[in-house]
Design a protein around this ligand. Structure first.
Ligand code: CTP
Ligand code: MG
Length: 232
């Protein structure tokens, strides 16, 4: 099934500690967001890209999308103060798509095979996400800095994007969020909160979100590895 993707890039990138929104930082000479756009531009099953930018970066983001040849990103929309607000503004543009994906602008390394596996699952389940098994042991810690409990690692997965939805499932989740004021840190959590089922599709560890300066070093290493694999 074909899909439309919403790409939120309207954050401030505070943890990256750069002078600009991290979406504009470059990897091998191209802005992070251009790398991300290229993945979906190249996927024949992606019908449309809705890029979400902050109000004061709309023109810059539009120009960048054009320069990157991202013809599917024909509309850049203004985001909001929280990620959930930004995604919602973007999703409103494409609720008529057969399937809807949400993918972080700051996650440029998602593999097309994983996207297609996710689509298949979302078609069946209504909502699905890519995730990887947790590698660290995760502790729940109280306000005083004391461990409350150690969570069972074999049951823990780190959520990634894309997260995929049948549009009516996302619509219902938004209705629930409106009623209750629920705020999630990812998109499928709205479906979970509304009592819906969410399926997990195993992703890969290269699909990192560029969050801190150290991630930029890791990103260059991932690109170098790929260039090596491609024999260039
Ligand atoms: N995002 C958005 N609108 C917001 C907040 C975040 O569109 N109000 C986007 C970011 O641009 C990013 C993605 O959501 O592509 C994932 O968020 P995150 O990694 O937290 O990015 P930032 O919020 O920009 O970074 P930070 O939290 O460090 O400030
Ligand atoms: Mg953030």
């Amino acid at each position: 099934m074909n899909y439309a993707v919403v790409i939120p890039a309207a954050g401030q990138g505070r943890r990256m500690q750069a002078a600009v929104n991290k979406a504009f930082l470059t990897l091998q000479g191209r802005p992070i967001i251009a790398h991300t756009l290229a993945v979906f531009q190249a996927d024949p099953r992606c019908e449309r890209i809705v890029l979400v930018a902050s109000e004061n970066e709309l023109d810059e983001m539009q120009a960048l999308a054009e320069e990157a040849g991202a013809t599917k990103a024909d509309r850049v929309v203004a985001g909001g103060s929280e990620r959930q607000d930004s995604v919602r503004a973007g999703a409103a543009q494409v609720m008529d798509a057969p399937l809807l994906l949400v993918h972080d602008g700051a996650r440029p390394f998602v593999a097309i095979e994983r996207i297609h596996a996710l689509l298949l699952e979302a078609e069946q389940s209504g909502a699905a996400l890519l995730a990887v098994p947790a590698t660290d042991t995760i502790k729940q810690v109280d306000q005083e800095g004391r461990v409350k409990q150690t969570l069972k690692r074999s049951e823990l997965w780190a959520a990634q994007t894309p997260q995929a939805f049948r549009p009516e499932v996302l619509q219902q989740a938004y209705a629930y969020a409106d009623e209750t004021g629920f705020q999630g840190t990812d998109d499928v959590s709205l479906v979970e909160a509304a009592g819906g089922e969410v399926a997990v599709v195993e992703g890969d560890y290269d699909n990192i979100k560029l969050t801190t300066p150290e991630d930029m070093t890791l990103a260059e290493a991932i690109l170098a590895k790929r260039a090596g694999e491609a024999g260039t």
